[in-house]
Design a binder for this molecule. Structure first.
Ligand SMILES: O=C(O)[C@H]1NCC[C@@H]1O
Length: 344
């Protein structure tokens, strides 16, 4: 063996969604803020994202996070999120994996029964409250940056579907929301593959037809995610609904999607379907849950916005070392359209 680079990777999943946490091998990257550091990685070291996420080391349903020192005196640590086709400003499942990995491996001290942390994501500071017992993080609740709706009840023309009513909202990533029932979908596991093709078509159409520009940071990408929304029901005094998010290049988020939940809360609030303080229980395609709430309202540019919290749990599944052998023909991995929907 003759590795020229070695990375320590803590494998985690948050409610089924994989978020690898790279805790060793990248000391720091240039940049004042985590957004700058993210841009540096995207512009100068994108091979690292592909090395970790693409085959033969990763696969389409993997995300990864690189733990980095923060320059923000309010934060304990920072992280940059790597996904198959982009570097998101924020990610809920990944934040839950990062907080769990930091505390359960002892990189940051765990205080039982509650550890309060502030982490710097590229999208801004994220307050995190972790319930801990016997060395285990039993729940991570994060307060996201504000979420807001760009468009409500707009019609887009989608190839093969015709006219479709959609909402578009930001919750750390930008989502086009569609009503699953209106498309005859029950959001069951056996629909997973069909949802991917449909979701990709809808996001392509919405991105081409609806104007989206983040009012505070024009470098934040427009619509890259489709969220299929299941119907609401009231259960035990709380509002609950199913969802699935189609993450590019075309696969289902295994968790209820943290940033998707925040975007949906913004749409629900704008439509008068939820009030601050009401609990919203969001259920994924595989039956896992994120518990969310609106804890305040504000504005982002001209858009009315909500301040959401989302809670869920992560589990460490492995701690491994990834290495780069200079004779390996795939330093930046590869993708194939059989599982990646389209080759990247
Ligand atoms: O929880 C979330 O926000 C996400 N899960 C994977 C894709 C999104 O980043």
């Amino acid at each position: 063996m003759r590795w020229s680079q070695t990375f320590t990777v803590v494998d985690c999943h948050a409610e089924g969604e994989i978020g690898k946490v790279v805790t060793g091998g990248v000391f720091d990257v240039p940049g004042r803020t985590m957004f700058d550091k993210m841009r540096h990685l995207a512009e100068h070291r994108d091979g690292l994202r592909k090395f970790v996420l693409f085959e033969p080391r990763g696969t389409v349903n993997h995300n990864a996070n690189i733990i980095l020192p923060t320059n923000n005196p309010e934060a304990a640590m920072g992280f940059v999120i790597l996904e198959s086709t982009e570097y998101p400003a924020m990610s809920g499942s990944n934040t839950i994996c990062v907080a769990t990995a930091l505390l359960e491996t002892g990189i940051l001290p765990m205080k039982e029964p509650v550890t309060e942390l502030v982490l710097e994501a590229p999208g801004g500071l994220i307050k995190v409250t972790c319930d801990c017992k016997d060395g285990k993080v039993r729940q991570v609740k994060f307060t996201n940056q504000p979420a807001f709706a760009y468009h409500l009840d707009k019609v887009v023309e989608v190839e093969g579907l015709g006219s479709l009513k959609v909402d578009v909202a930001y919750g750390g990533m930008t989502y086009v929301h569609v009503d699953a029932t209106a498309l005859g979908l029950g959001l069951t596991r056996d629909e997973a593959r069909d949802l991917c093709g449909l979701g990709q078509r809808i996001k392509t159409a919405a991105a081409a037809q609806l104007e989206v520009s983040h009012p505070e940071n024009p470098l934040i990408p427009g619509i890259t995610q489709t969220q299929f929304m299941g119907p609401f029901r009231r259960e035990g005094g709380r509002l609950t609904a199913k969802n699935t998010v189609i993450v590019s290049p075309g696969r289902n988020d295994r968790s209820p999607c943290g940033t998707g939940t925040c975007a949906r809360l913004a749409v629900m609030h704008a439509k008068g379907q939820i009030k601050p303080g009401e609990v919203f229980d969001h259920e994924s395609l595989i039956g896992t849950h994120f518990i969310s709430e609106i804890v305040g309202t504000t504005k982002v540019g001209r858009y009315p916005a909500v301040i959401p919290t989302v809670a869920g749990q992560a589990w460490i599944t492995a701690i491994s070392q990834f290495g780069y052998d200079p004779t390996d023909p795939f330093p930046e991995g590869f993708t194939l359209s059989d599982v990646w929907l389209k080759a990247l």
